[in-house]
Design a protein around this ligand. Structure first.
Ligand code: PXP
Length: 237
């Protein structure tokens, strides 16, 4: 059965809107765990727009399930990861001007750089995932640089405006998952998944983790995090 990994970045987004101490993503993570999720993920961005170093450190000490750290492949964040030792690091591209991660990592175009990052993280005992588009070139490059997992980017699927467009993006994801799995990569998915579009991906049995943030936290604002997580768990499982 697939796992639900809850991204609590946007609890921190609300906190940082006032630059104070609440709401605390650490408390949100604990409540999400009590509701039954299988792990917590946070993105420590270089601009620290939501998650702060303190959050990652405390989450490492308090999380009872697993902690995934989404991060750019840059030296100072890699140092933090090596110190904090999340269960998994997911390397993503990062631009300061973007609202959220906009696309997969160009692994094929920077193989040496990514392979060094993967080696450093793995040498600290951290499992490494690369966030990539459902593109054979990028998936093959991910295998070549030594990643354990790929997280297939579902943003284009989630953004599809018509059923036809969604069908076409769905097929790309299904094909990408199959290709990654056929070469021994383990597979997660994420970005833009919500209470309406996640169900369709659930029958793809190779998918191990659904990494979902915004839709769960958005619902949690209205119905509470316990109910929001339980409802998403029902879909994923
Ligand atoms: N996976 C990755 C690699 C991401 O960058 C994000 C956004 O932080 C997510 C999953 C979760 O996306 P969303 O918040 O749209 O559910």
């Amino acid at each position: 059965m697939a796992k639900l990994i809850v991204n609590v970045d946007h609890i921190a987004t609300v906190r940082q809107a006032r630059m104070i101490t609440e709401p605390d993503p650490v408390t949100g993570a604990a409540l999400a765990e009590l509701a039954g999720c299988h792990g917590i993920i946070v993105h420590l961005r270089e601009d620290r727009r939501h998650i702060q170093d303190r959050d990652v450190k405390i989450l490492r000490q308090t999380i009872k399930t697993k902690l995934n750290l989404e991060m750019a492949a840059v030296a100072n964040i890699i140092e933090i990861a090596k110190h904090v030792k999340p269960d998994m690091s997911c390397l993503v591209p990062e631009k300061r001007e973007e609202l959220t991660t906009e696309g997969g990592l160009d692994v094929a175009g920077q193989k040496e750089h990514i392979s060094n990052a993967v080696r450093e993280l793995k040498s600290s005992g951290i499992t490494v995932s690369l966030f990539v588009d459902a593109d054979d070139n990028q998936i093959l490059a991910s295998k070549e640089v030594g990643a354990d997992y790929v997280e297939i980017h579902t943003g284009h699927y989630s953004d599809a405006k018509t059923r036809k467009e969604q069908d076409s993006e769905f097929k790309k994801i299904a094909k990408g998952v199959e290709y990654a799995s056929s070469m021994g990569l383990r597979v997660n998915v994420g970005h833009g998944l919500n209470y309406r579009n996640t169900q369709r991906l659930v029958p793809i049995k190779e998918i191990e983790e659904f990494s979902i943030g915004h839709s769960i936290i958005a619902r949690a604002v209205l119905v509470g995090i316990d109910q929001a997580v339980r409802e998403m768990l029902e879909i994923v499982q």
